[in-house]
Design a protein around this ligand. Structure first.
Ligand code: B1M
Length: 211
């Protein structure tokens, strides 16, 4: 039986081999990759965050846990991206300037690919100018920005301002997400939509695609 409690503990303590083993076991039992993600890997990172907040963990422990989480995601990847289908639309995605958190952004990118979107991933620490250049050159339907820090989410506003200044704001739908981002913040900065998780980002993008 898939032991999600053991999976969480393995991620928290950064045990890569154990994470791989338990994840693989869950998949062999026929567990849905999304379930493994939602019940094992993601809750583990929430606990890591709590431990960091109360100074029980420091940066090295967060990095070690992040590496373990990524090892688990790598095994889930084929299943998460499997739905495929014909290309639905194009997305430019990145984690905003000053922000190196890319696990959530990578998951959103992966689920978008699974939903049939063509994804241009600009990586992390993406300056507004790079988003603007990517819209000009790639002609995407969507720009999706991720931020995990309250200090970096303001770069989302700056990116929207720069898209306006370049005269291309109306060519794309701008979507925002990441732990500190809210619907209210989305409305305040004039983004088109907010999604609290990867599945939500895919669902909303599908709804907004021109037919
Ligand atoms: Co950092 N970190 N970190 N960290 N880190 C947080 C975010 C923090 C909440 C921890 C804490 O204090 N409890 C805190 C932020 C506080 C704040 O601003 N409110 C924090 C801090 C302070 C920092 C540093 C400043 C620490 C320091 O140096 N003193 C530093 C900043 C570095 C920088 O970016 N410039 C830092 C560094 C790091 C590591 C590099 C060590 C590592 C990141 C490794 C990596 O990403 N490659 C790290 C980690 C791992 C975390 C926590 C523990 C986990 C983040 C994660 O991967 N979650 C995190 C605590 C937490 O979030 N609970 C924390 C799992 C991931 C699947 O979830 O990214 O939320 P998430 O993505 C979700 C949704 O948010 C959504 O969908 C995803 C999947 O469902 N989503 C989107 C994300 N992007 C989206 C975009 C969309 C839509 C949905 O577009 C439409």
């Amino acid at each position: 039986m898939a032991d999600y409690e053991a999976l969480k503990q393995a991620v928290i303590s950064g045990k890569v081999a154990q994470v791989k083993e338990i994840t693989q076991q869950a998949l062999s039992e026929g567990r849905n990759p999304q379930e493994v993600l939602d019940q094992g890997l993601i809750p583990a990172m929430d606990i890591v965050g709590q431990k960091f907040s109360c100074h029980e963990f420091y940066i090295p422990e967060m990095l070690i846990a992040a590496r373990a989480m990524q090892a688990g995601i790598a095994l889930l990847k084929p299943g998460l991206a499997a739905q495929g289908g014909k290309p639905r639309g194009k997305v430019v995605i990145g984690t905003v300037k000053g922000d190196l958190h890319d696990i959530g952004k990578n998951l959103v990118a992966l689920m978008l690919q699974g939903g049939g979107f063509e994804v241009m991933d600009l990586g992390a620490d993406v300056k507004p100018e790079r988003f603007v250049d990517a819209v000009k050159s790639g002609q995407p339907h969507f720009v999706m920005m991720s931020a995990l820090l309250t200090t970096t989410m303001l770069s989302m506003k700056e990116t929207i301002e720069q898209l306006k200044a370049a005269g291309i704001r109306n060519q794309v739908k701008v979507a925002v997400g990441g732990a500190p981002v809210t619907q209210r913040f989305c409305d305040e900065i004039g983004a088109d939509f907010y999604a609290s998780n990867a599945t939500g980002a895919v669902t909303k993008a599908k709804e907004l695609l021109p037919v």
